[in-house]
Design a protein around this ligand. Sequence first.
Ligand SMILES: Nc1ncnc2c1ncn2[C@@H]1O[C@H](COP(=O)(O)OP(=O)(O)O)[C@@H](O)[C@H]1O
Ligand SMILES: O=C(O)C1=C[C@@H](OP(=O)(O)O)[C@@H](O)[C@H](O)C1
Ligand SMILES: [Mg+2]
Length: 262
Amino acid sequence: MSKTTILIGFMGAGKTTVGKVLANITNQPLLDLDDEFTRGTKLSPKEFMEQLGEEEFRTTETRILKSQLDFDGIISTGGGVVESELNRQLIRDSSAQVIYLKTSLANVLERLSHDNVRPMLRKMSVIDLQNCWNRRGIFYQLLSNVTIETTNKNPTKIAREIIDFEQQHDELLPLRSQIDSLDRQIFNLVSQRFDVVREVASVKEQLHASVVQTERMDEVRAELKNDFSDNSNISEQLIEEMMNILFSSSIQRENEQIKKVD
Ligand SMILES: Nc1ncnc2c1ncn2[C@@H]1O[C@H](COP(=O)(O)OP(=O)(O)O)[C@@H](O)[C@H]1O
Ligand SMILES: O=C(O)C1=C[C@@H](OP(=O)(O)O)[C@@H](O)[C@H](O)C1
Ligand SMILES: [Mg+2]
């Protein structure tokens, strides 16, 4: 599993709650940025904001985030952490697995209907809240490696989904890296093939030979099918489809090249 997992999402999405459950199940340490904030400033986010204002809160939040980004475990953030570009940059630059806990605004309001520790929620009008929701929603989406829909799921189910994602991710990562490298080799070869196609077009032009030579194309397909007949990865259909793409792209290039010279 990746070293650091960061939970992001709106107030009331369950970052703190799910963080605790996830830490319990996976036996990893948990760091709640709001708790860390209180440890560092001796004031809760609510007290701090009331005494020193939101701007100062955000500056201090950034300092705390910065100092904890290589935390070896789970970090549950405060919902407003994405408000600052610097925080977003810090999260982007970290190697952490970023999990977006998504829920509906209606759900948040229901969950937090009796809340009295979230000053942001209290001070906002419905329209401000909706705007804040929309603005932050985009950031959560862009910053995260995965979105976990939390509506109607209990924290254990959500934690299990995160574990599944991270395990899958760990197993898939080296394999995907191999696939990515092979894809690049394939496209380098395709590029080399088109270099040769360019030379073929020049020769055809000098010889006044036609660009499309169907017997030659049939021959190429037949030879490939024969040569790969023992290879169970390469079916005749695959050869047909891939060669059709290569042929049509080559014909188009040859035609364009010969037309250009005319
Ligand atoms: N999946 C869930 N289903 C129902 N209630 C939840 C869920 N996750 C959190 N809650 C409740 O919502 C409230 C806010 O949760 P919290 O973890 O503090 O959210 P956050 O840290 O994202 O602001 C708490 O009362 C918590 O018990
Ligand atoms: O959304 C916000 O701006 C805030 C969210 C809070 O954390 P939770 O998201 O855990 O409620 C806390 O950091 C502070 O009250 C500000
Ligand atoms: Mg929280």
